[in-house]
Write a protein that binds this ligand. Structure first.
Ligand SMILES: NC(=O)c1ccc[n+]([C@@H]2O[C@H](COP(=O)([O-])OP(=O)(O)OC[C@H]3O[C@@H](n4cnc5c(N)ncnc54)[C@H](OP(=O)(O)O)[C@@H]3O)[C@@H](O)[C@H]2O)c1
Length: 278
């Protein structure tokens, strides 16, 4: 399957859809990532805190897909934010993954209460210079967090991975990203356990195009220029989630799905200004 790609502000590119791995552990993680690669995924999303980097690495090593075709993302956790800790954290991630470089490395949460994310960002910029990381980005950053790291280093994150699904569509952050040249990567892109599969704008579009509600939501993501990273342990759903390039939502359908957004739409209240995740 030929997945379109997004060009990043550093000249590299990424597939327009990736594979999320949060919650997958042990043999289940190896099996799910192995089948995701067989099914055509070429962007994998892991993190120190998912405790599955070794399993993701194992699946990559045993896959018939050449390493250079697979874009591997990991994330630095809050407890590793000081400069030296961030460097060490990244080297440990590479060791667990069994890789010589990450294709994308992110700061998992800004943890502004610790006020160290700008140090972490400087470490990422240096790791990129060393070649241990190809592209550098962030996750759960607000506009203020983004502007601070850009002002301090002159380097704009390639990606900001944020919570984004129909109940929490974040148009303001999409605009900030467009202004700054940052790709919006959507986490919990389907809405996880609160997926709005039966909401009329989603269910009716699915009926109209003969697709599933999940495909409608992923199509809604892509038509906004977002990069969704759906997770599925189910091979048939993995395939379904990539098969979203054969239909197009109208402007009205797009607006109706965005209209599902609501002030309490966050999945667990993860406000980046206050949420601490170590
Ligand atoms: N940066 C961050 O702070 C952050 C936070 C949360 C998540 N993430 C990343 O984002 C990834 C995706 O988010 P997520 O896993 O929370 O949520 P999600 O991808 O929105 O939803 C995953 C859930 O939806 C089910 N599912 C998948 N495809 C489906 C389909 N076509 N139809 C029906 N159900 C379907 C999966 O079930 P089965 O597995 O049983 O098929 C799973 O229970 C994570 O894995 C992680 O990599 C990042």
């Amino acid at each position: 399957m030929d997945i379109p790609r997004y060009t990043l502000n550093d000249g590299h590119d990424l597939p327009a859809i990736g594979f999320g791995t949060a919650g997958l552990r042990g043999d289940d993680a190896v099996a799910a990532v192995t089948s995701a690669l067989e099914n055509g995924y070429r962007l994998l999303d892991t993190a120190v805190n998912y405790e599955n980097e070794a399993e993701v690495g194992e699946a990559i090593r045993h896959s018939a897909v050449p390493r250079e075709e697979i874009m591997v993302t990991s994330k630095i956790p809050g407890r590793h934010h000081a400069y030296d800790d961030a460097i060490r954290s990244t080297k440990e991630s590479l060791e667990r993954l069994g890789l010589d470089h990450l294709d994308l490395h992110l700061i998992h949460w800004p943890n502004p209460g610790r006020d160290l994310y700008h140090e972490t960002w400087r470490a990422l910029v240096d790791l990129r210079k060393e070649g241990l990381v190809r592209s550098v980005g962030v996750s759960n950053f607000t506009e203020a967090h983004l502007r601070r790291v850009i002002d301090e280093t002159g380097v704009t994150p390639a990606v900001n991975q944020i919570e984004l699904h129909p109940y929490w569509p974040q148009p303001e952050m999409q605009q900030v990203h467009d202004d700054l040249g940052v790709v919006t990567e959507s986490w919990s892109p389907l809405g996880k356990r609160q997926a709005p599969f039966t909401e009329p704008p989603v269910a009716e579009a699915a009926e109209r195009y003969g697709v599933t509600p999940g495909q409608v939501i992923l199509r809604w993501q892509l038509q906004q220029g977002n990069l969704p990273i759906p997770k599925s342990a189910t091979p048939s759903r993995q395939r379904e989630n990539l098969d979203v390039f054969g239909f197009e939502l109208s402007d009205d359908e797009m607006a109706a799905i965005s209209g599902l957004g609501r002030p309490d739409g966050r999945l667990f209240g993860g406000d980046p200004d206050t949420h601490e995740e170590m």
